[in-house]
Design a protein around this ligand. Sequence first.
Ligand SMILES: [Zn+2]
Length: 273
Amino acid sequence: MPELPEVEITRRNLERWALGRRVVEAQAEVCRLLEGCTAATFRKRLRGRALEDIERRGKYLLATFDGDVGLLCHLGMNGRWLRRHAGEHAPQHARAVLHLDDDQTLFYANARLLGRLATGPVDRLRASPGWSSLGVDPLRDRFTPSVLRSVLAGRRAPVKNVLMDQHRIAGLGNIQAAEALWLARIHPTTPADALDRREVERLHRGILRTLRDTIAESEGDEIEYVGEGGDAPNPFRVYQHEGEACSRCGDTVMRIRMAGRSTFFCPSCQPEA
Ligand SMILES: [Zn+2]
């Protein structure tokens, strides 16, 4: 499932493939991913436009084209942007297509139709709740231990749930939150405001490290999401390693349910507070 690292890799890919390129044709399937535009307005707004910038904030992407046209995109559970050269087959579940002026075609594929695609004036997209309500992005905003401390302050909820709240920290999901907590040796159910200064500093380092390591590990033209049934290698330290030996201490990694999601942790490295 895409979290900050996969979305950042997607941003870099789109930048590499399409920055400065013009869209010669644009199509979108009529589906629930489209927001604030129809298939016809999607085409009308993007056709003929050149990509000037592509930004990421949390798990959102915002592409800016000339003429103040924006494309806001969320990958949902398993969305992907894929590139195909002339003559190559379209990927499965393509919901939107951008044909570029260099004969490359970019496909937005999304099997489960969870996610978003919106077009419109850039400022209007920036003001939309999805983008404007996001919390601090650890890789693009000022993110220090004291910023993290203020994010956690006064929150009795389990620290893992607070880390996953996009309005507080943008980009961490179920995987990255579990990985950061393992790196920081903090039990996922610990109340967020119970962490002391040193634990917050460890967690801050853990968040940056897991995000950067995942980007380095997974970077490539076609991202595979772990647990999708394919044979994607698992680059994570505890996520989906239930029953296996912790790579740090050798104890057995455990799985518990928190807020309806599987949470993985090491009971020795991350003792309950
Ligand atoms: Zn351990």
